[in-house]
Design a protein around this ligand. Structure first.
Ligand SMILES: [Zn+2]
Length: 396
């Protein structure tokens, strides 16, 4: 699979038929009784039974061979730099590898690993604008990387946020990785960002790398960022009673990451379920990290939360798709007419003890990815990273 240059346009019509199980990404109705999806112009144009859809004059027809289809996975928390390279572990190709783990959209929580990252205000703004432009113009393997997430520093004023927004920056990097660590300081800047339409995420828990800080629940609640970034720590987690406070004390995104504390992640999920707050639960990897880049990080987190968290797999798939799309106001993540045609097709891994795909994930196994589609374009066939699926879709 070659790296693709930029956002490509789908040519003609894509038909995917013979879908065995349709996961919608919508917690309210995570499974849909349909076996066919049609996409044109990169958007979903029809969903239903084959007999009810217009399948004529398709440019590409995929026979799903009974595989399951889900919205493409959204990684709510990554730390990209430029291109498909990360200096964190000297890694090349980590984004393309993640496509093979079903990820179709990644959201930057700050280009924090850039060697010599500027910390002066003009420099950090320039970096954010450059990173936003760079990833808007270049999609590694077709993956949508929403980047250009400045790490805020003391001394920034309201006009800095207005300027960033006007330049196309739509995200703040993790609050707390720069010099702004106190709740009252973060609160003012987060509010300025929100005023100009910029989403925010705050680091939660102990320091992640030397030089970063400790952010407790009181600070997170005072700052009031849109997303409680890695509520399960990155990797050091807050005491569980503080995680409970975060679930109870606000309505912001509850982000559970692969590179976090697993016990804290499972506990956050349980608290959210008890409080009827599952729509707020979203998933990320926080990669590349000290533990490396994990192309299957979102799938592994889904399997962890479903199996040890004792939750239906289809519920947890929503946390990695529709929940994130809604919390982050994205046009993907749900199987709905008009949404971006970003899909992952998968089946039970060969020799899983689970009785079907959903049962296999519930038993802690990873699914086998058989095809990934972004904007209506097939980006890869059988994953080179997941265990092999029993069935794989074919282009007919
Ligand atoms: Zn962090």
């Amino acid at each position: 699979m070659a790296l693709s240059a930029g956002p490509e346009k789908q040519v003609g019509k894509l038909v995917i038929r013979n879908i065995g199980l349709l996961l919608t990404g919508d917690l309210g109705a995570p499974l849909l009784d349909a076996d066919t999806i049609v996409a044109e112009g990169g958007r979903i144009t029809a969903i239903g039974r084959a007999a009810d859809c217009d399948l004529s004059e398709a440019h590409v027809t995929v026979d799903a061979q009974g595989c399951a289809l889900s919205p493409g996975l959204i990684d709510s928390h990554v730390h990209p730099v430029f291109g498909d390279w990360s200096p964190r572990q000297g890694q090349l190709g980590w984004i393309e590898s993640s496509l093979h783990g079903g990820v179709t959209t990644m959201i930057s929580a700050g280009e924090v690993h850039l060697p010599g990252r500027p910390r002066d205000i003009v420099g950090l703004k320039a970096l954010a604008i450059t990173a936003q432009r760079s990833f808007a113009n270049f999609r590694p393997a077709g993956v949508k990387v929403l980047a250009g997430a400045p790490l805020i520093e003391q001394g920034m004023v309201e006009s800095d946020f207005a300027e960033l927004a006007a330049a196309g920056v739509g995200l703040l990097g993790e609050v707390g990785l720069g010099s702004v660590k106190a709740g009252y300081e973060a609160k003012e800047m987060v509010a300025w960002a929100r005023k100009y339409g910029i989403q925010s995420t705050i680091h939660t828990g102990g320091p992640s790398v030397p030089g970063s800080g400790y952010i407790d629940a009181d600070t997170v609640l005072e700052a009031d960022a849109d997303i409680i970034g890695h509520i399960n720590g990155g990797h050091t987690a807050l005491p569980l009673r503080q995680i409970r406070c975060l679930c109870e004390g606000c309505l912001r995104g509850i982000e559970i990451v692969h590179n976090g504390n697993e016990l804290a992640g499972l506990t956050a999920l349980r608290y959210a379920a008890e409080l009827n707050q599952l729509p707020r639960v979203i998933l990320g990897t926080d990669g590349p990290a000290g533990s490396g880049a994990q192309p299957l990080g979102i799938l592994r987190t889904i399997a962890l939360l479903s199996s040890l968290g004792d939750m239906p797999a289809e519920t947890i798939f929503c946390c990695a798709t529709g929940n994130t799309a809604r919390m982050r106001k994205l046009d993907c993540g749900l199987i709905e007419i008009g949404r971006a045609a970003d899909f992952m097709l998968m089946d039970r891994a060969q020799h899983s003890s689970g009785s079907d795909l959903l049962d296999s994930v519930r038993k802690g196994d990873l699914p086998g990815v058989g095809m990934v589609v972004i904007d209506g374009i097939v980006r890869c066939g059988r994953s080179r990273n997941t265990p092999p699926a029993e069935r794989i879709p074919v282009i007919v």
